[in-house]
Ligand binder design. Sequence first.
Ligand SMILES: [Zn+2]
Ligand SMILES: [Zn+2]
Length: 259
Amino acid sequence: MEVSKEKHFESCRLCLTDIRDSNVTLLDGIIKDMLEIILPELNFSICDMPAICKTCLETLKQSYNFKSSCLEVEDKVQDFVDPKSPSTIDLKQVIRRSNKINSFSKTHVVCRTCLGLGEASACLKLCSYEGDPLKNMVEKCLPEMGIELTKDPIICPICLEQLEEQFHFIMQCLDTEEKINYYCERKGIFKQIDLHSVYLFSMMEDNEDVDKQYEEMQTGDLENNCTDVRTEKYANKNTTAQKNTQESKKKTSLIMLHL
Ligand SMILES: [Zn+2]
Ligand SMILES: [Zn+2]
């Protein structure tokens, strides 16, 4: 729902950007449902009438569309799972059944997330090794997908771009969540949070961090303090993103009906 500017809406719930001078969208109804599909772990009740900026709204819609189509593909792939004879699924077979295409060029490979045909040289391998950043992105954005169901899964450049966009969006939202949680703990307030205060508080904290680091540099004590704090923060977030596949799919189809 588009709403005009009011005193309530000072900062975007997802990125803390100032939204006083622009039209904002309330984070409720379908918009909230979409966000729950992308990021089920967000605390929606931390502030009254949360709103989001135009940029976050656009990215949310794109991320939601991408994830919905990935879950549709997942449905088709899961149809081929035979619990009696577990073996990897050939995606060309999945395409044959759903698109009635029978002949494929030998050089063609099938994208795991969109079932599109592409040249192997233009696509990237998924899950090639433990700790692969691409694997990390898929687990974070698409925890419902059984990537291991297919042999040597790959992703096409179009899906990769969308996956990266969704990943950055999720990380940005989690960064905001981290700032809100930190603010709540420090101030001892756990409801009706003023997001603009969170923003100002996090700016102050960042400046203090810089001052502290500068002091440590002066005393030559910076050796072991170069770890990226954000990376550490996110390391513990992975597990909470796991959500029941069926539940997500059910929600997706419900939202589809309303769009
Ligand atoms: Zn925003
Ligand atoms: Zn693709």
